[in-house]
Design a protein. Structure first.
Lengths: 308, 300, 285
């Protein structure tokens, strides 16, 4: 009996040893391939970012950053107004999108489970709302642009303006803000809410004083992600913001973001150096935004750990 | 007391309104784009738009089939190039890389996702197109599906990689432990146990990448040539298909929207409707597949 | 309580839906300007043709240095957008690099057309191409795809790569009218670019490429091709020996007034026309 068991075990060990011998060569190969793929990916990043930064860096100086583009065929001037326009657009878009997005997320998470909402109609409305957010997230930016052009620029006569662009942009980033806020709210422990309600606070007070502050880092992450999105996007603002290189003085004025300016420089002028310079400024902004998101989400997980 | 409760109720209503704004936006988008396209559908005819290959608004021809093929082809190229790379990165980050290397590679992948599409387009114009042109095939201008597929592959890589990585990480540890305990090597475990278990999530990631690829506009305009032809191989070698110039549905909209009026403009919105439809189908498939996956995980 | 909440929710939803319906119900009335034409305020909006845009920007800069209270906003959008914006009043001035169509004059009967300059369309090739002179028929045959190799024109044995503008472009429209004529169509294999500048970039960087673009964009990166021995220069266009010339138009809704009139007067004045010549266009006189 004992020999049977022992020989059985030794058979298994034999099979394992055989497998190891046969497979370890293949494994080393494929793991090497994985390292190689990762290496290629990082190299692509370094290549693209590096090229843009190096070529673009040559064109960047104080004058480039502080003078306005002068238009014309040879792309004279700098990028000062485009930086301003980008900031205005980001600000206006977030002004519209953040209350809507956070409000929607709060409702979908905090109120959706309520007893009083057990009526089938309202539950299905909420289901549809969730589906709508998912759908919005998948719509390409050119479609948002077309929509913005049809509704805001044309039908509502806002024309090519910060307003049209910001409204379209708000639709674009809304799913991002809703989703990240939802995740932030879900991460807040239920005990917080129960404790507050037990002390006699209303739901709104609980939200306002306890839950939202606790979820704030996540919400901020969503906002920063949206900032990055607005800065990088082109197609949607191409058809809603107009191409003027001047700095908008009101929300009904049009303008150019950095990304749009890059596109116009690359396509319409021969100032590739300035296009690269604009690209370099853009890339630096994105890198800084990514670092910021990293910092904030680390603070988020640290906060959660503290609670435990 | 009642003042606070009124405040509470008011807040609830306001928040509800915010929640349904999303529904309204989706409906509005569908409505407006469809409305603007009606003139095209009625004056030109659904069949003539969807199935004809000649797009010459100046001659009253509005066939977008060539653009549909263009979009699908460049997406196919991007998937062929991008999925192996993305999957490799996902496996690498989830299973193979030591923590220090992860801390370098993962932010790199995230940064790739954040780079504006015009920067990729610029890079493609200045570096890739001349490179592709070096392939000595008559009719190869450098602009076309190959350059565009490469650019697109790089752009969708982060999307696929991060979803795939999440899917791989979600596979329970005991799957791996069980496999290793039976004597399988790490690589065997990955290929025969982990990847099949995370299959749905990985496929969902690929499909999300497809959706992203179909929707990309600016980078495509800059490198694909925008010629309104059915992509064809340039020589006897079928691979030269990818050297063909093409135009995407998105490019069709962006390149001509500035100058179009009347039926022409409406036809561009019709292009938008087709694009919208294609992407809805793609995203619905992704959601359907993920739903299956979550169910299986819960059952475990 | 439950019923009241439910009806409040319904009312709110209905209000929001009604707002959207009301928004889409409104339509523009042609000829009725929405923004006050700058008799009153000090912003002039100019939009339309991307060909005219750089010239308009330059003229605007000059005008604004003299008249510091005014702000002139120049945007692109294309000739057709320019006509529509001027006609509907969403822009004070529209720019068009082509003749205005019959249908547009019917839709916007109050449209006033002011020719601010004339512009030649040059045929250009990559600098390495060693063919420098063509007839109009040859140009037509190249762009329609009948002639596909430079060797048929006395050049090297290389495929000709055609670069064109997109449909609806004023520059393309003018090219089609004056070179292609009624029957020939630009080949579908052409690389299409959405602006003069991108045509120039493509032609200058793609060996054996040929394209067409506005005179104003000519520079040393592309090689100009003479038509029937006549080189594409401003004097040749001005005296009529160069055949491919088209008007650059600015459009207003009704008679221009106030700052708009002042700007247009400036453009047509000697100072303005001098800038026109500087940028490579032909003055109106």
């Amino acid at each position: 009996m004992e020999e049977d068991r022992l020989s059985g075990i030794s058979l298994i060990h034999q099979a394992q040893a055989q497998n190891l011998k046969k497979e370890s060569g293949r494994q080393s190969f494929w793991i090497g391939v994985m390292w190689f793929f990762a290496f290629i990916t990082v190299s692509i990043l370094i290549l693209v970012v590096g090229y843009v930064l190096v070529q673009g860096g040559k064109a960047i100086d104080w004058e480039f950053l502080t003078t306005s583009p002068k238009g014309g065929i040879s792309g004279e001037g700098g990028i000062s107004t485009t930086i301003g326009t980008t900031f205005y657009l980001v600000g206006l878009t977030l002004l519209i999108a953040t209350p809507l997005g956070v409000g929607a997320a709060v409702f979908l998470i905090e109120y959706a489970g309520e007893q009083s909402l057990s009526s089938k109609f309202l539950r299905s409305v909420i289901g549809v709302a969730n589906f709508a957010v998912e759908t919005l997230a998948g719509i390409p930016s050119i479609i948002f642009g077309l929509f913005g052009y049809a509704l805001f620029v044309s039908t509502l006569h806002f024309g090519f303006s910060l307003l049209s662009a910001a409204l379209a942009g708000a639709c674009l980033v809304l799913p991002t803000i809703i989703r990240t806020t939802e995740e932030a709210l879900l991460a807040v422990p239920d005990d917080y809410r129960r404790g507050s309600l037990a002390l006699g606070a209303t739901k709104w007070q609980t939200l306002y004083r306890i839950v939202l502050p606790a979820g704030l880092p996540g919400i901020i992450t969503g906002i920063i992600l949206s900032v990055g999105r607005v800065i990088s996007e082109t197609a949607i603002f191409y058809v809603t913001l107009g191409g003027s290189y001047r700095l908008p003085t009101s929300i009904m004025d049009g303008g150019r973001t950095l990304a749009l300016h890059l596109y116009y420089l690359a396509m319409d002028t021969r100032a590739f150096d300035k296009a690269m310079g604009t690209g370099a400024v853009l890339v630096v902004m994105i890198i800084l935004i990514n670092l910021l998101i990293d910092r904030v989400s680390r603070k988020l997980t640290a906060g959660v750990r503290k609670v435990r | 007391m009642s003042a606070r409760m009124i405040a509470d109720k008011t807040v609830k209503v306001i928040l509800f309104a915010s929640a349904i704004v999303s529904i309204l936006i989706v409906l509005a988008i569908g409505f407006f784009i469809f409305r603007e396209s009606i003139q095209a559908w009625s004056e030109i005819g659904v069949g003539d738009i969807l199935f004809k290959t000649v797009w010459r608004p100046g001659q009253d021809q509005y066939g977008i089939l060539a653009m549909i093929v263009g979009s699908v082809s460049v997406t196919l190229g991007a998937i062929l190039l991008g999925v192996p790379l993305a999957l490799g990165c996902a496996i690498f980050l989830a299973e193979i890389a030591p923590a220090g290397v992860q801390a370098v590679v993962r932010p790199a992948v995230q940064l790739l996702a954040g780079i504006p599409s015009v920067v990729y387009g610029l890079f493609g114009m200045v570096i890739l197109v001349p490179l592709v042109r070096k392939l000595n095939v008559p009719g190869n201008s450098g602009y076309g599906l190959l350059a565009a597929s490469i650019v697109l592959a790089v752009m969708i890589l982060p999307t696929i990689a991060s979803v795939a990585e999440d899917a791989i990480r979600a596979v329970p540890e005991n799957y791996r432990h069980g496999s290793l305990a039976l004597g399988a090597t790490k690589w065997q475990t990955i290929t025969k146990v982990v990847l099949p278990a995370g299959k749905s999530g990985i496929i969902a990631g690929v499909i999300l990448g497809v959706g992203r690829a179909l929707g990309e506009t600016m980078a495509m305009i800059m490198v694909i040539g925008n010629s309104v032809i059915m992509p064809q191989p340039l020589s006897d070698n079928p691979l030269t298909f990818f050297l063909s110039q093409a135009r995407t549905l998105t490019g069709n909209i962006a390149v001509e929207i500035n100058y179009a009026t009347g039926v022409h403009e409406s036809a561009l919105f019709a292009t938008g409707v087709v694009l919208f439809g294609l992407i809805m189908i793609v995203n619905a498939s992704a959601r359907w597949i993920i739903r299956g996956q979550k169910f299986i995980e819960k059952a475990n | 309580m439950k019923n009241i909440s439910k009806s409040v929710f319904l009312v709110v939803s209905l209000i929001l839906v009604a707002a959207m319906v009301a928004a889409c119900g409104g339509s523009s009335t042609p000829g009725a300007p929405v923004s006050d034409p700058s008799g009153g305020n000090s912003t002039v909006t100019v939009s339309g043709s991307t060909t005219v845009q750089p010239l308009a920007e330059k003229l605007a800069e000059a005008f604004m240095t003299e008249n510091t209270g005014v702000r002139i906003d120049v945007q692109g959008g294309g000739s057709s957008v320019g006509v529509k914006a001027a006609g509907e009043g969403t822009s004070d001035i529209g720019m068009a690099s082509r003749e205005i169509k019959e249908s547009e004059l019917i839709e916007f009967p109050n449209l006033k057309i002011i020719v601010i300059a004339r512009d030649g369309i040059a045929i250009v090739s990559h600098p390495d191409v060693n063919v420098g002179d063509l007839t109009i028929e040859q140009v037509r045959d190249i762009f329609s795809g009948k002639i596909t190799n430079w060797k048929d024109l006395g050049g090297e044995d290389q495929n000709i790569i055609i670069v064109s503008r997109e449909e609806g472009s004023g520059t393309r429209g003018a090219f089609e009218e004056m070179v292609m004529g009624e029957d020939a169509l630009i080949a579908a294999t052409a690389i299409l670019q959405p602006s003069n500048g991108s045509v120039r970039t493509t032609v200058s960087t793609t060996p054996y490429a040929i394209g067409y673009m506005s005179f104003g964009y000519l520079d040393e990166t592309v090689k100009p091709i003479s038509i029937d021995g006549v080189a594409p220069t401003e004097p040749n266009a001005a005296d009529g020996s160069y055949p491919i010339v088209r008007p650059l138009n600015m459009l207003t809704n009704g008679e221009p007034a106030g700052m708009v009139k002042a700007f247009l007067d400036f453009i047509l004045s000697e100072a303005g026309q001098k800038l026109v010549v500087e940028d490579g266009y032909i003055p109106v006189k």
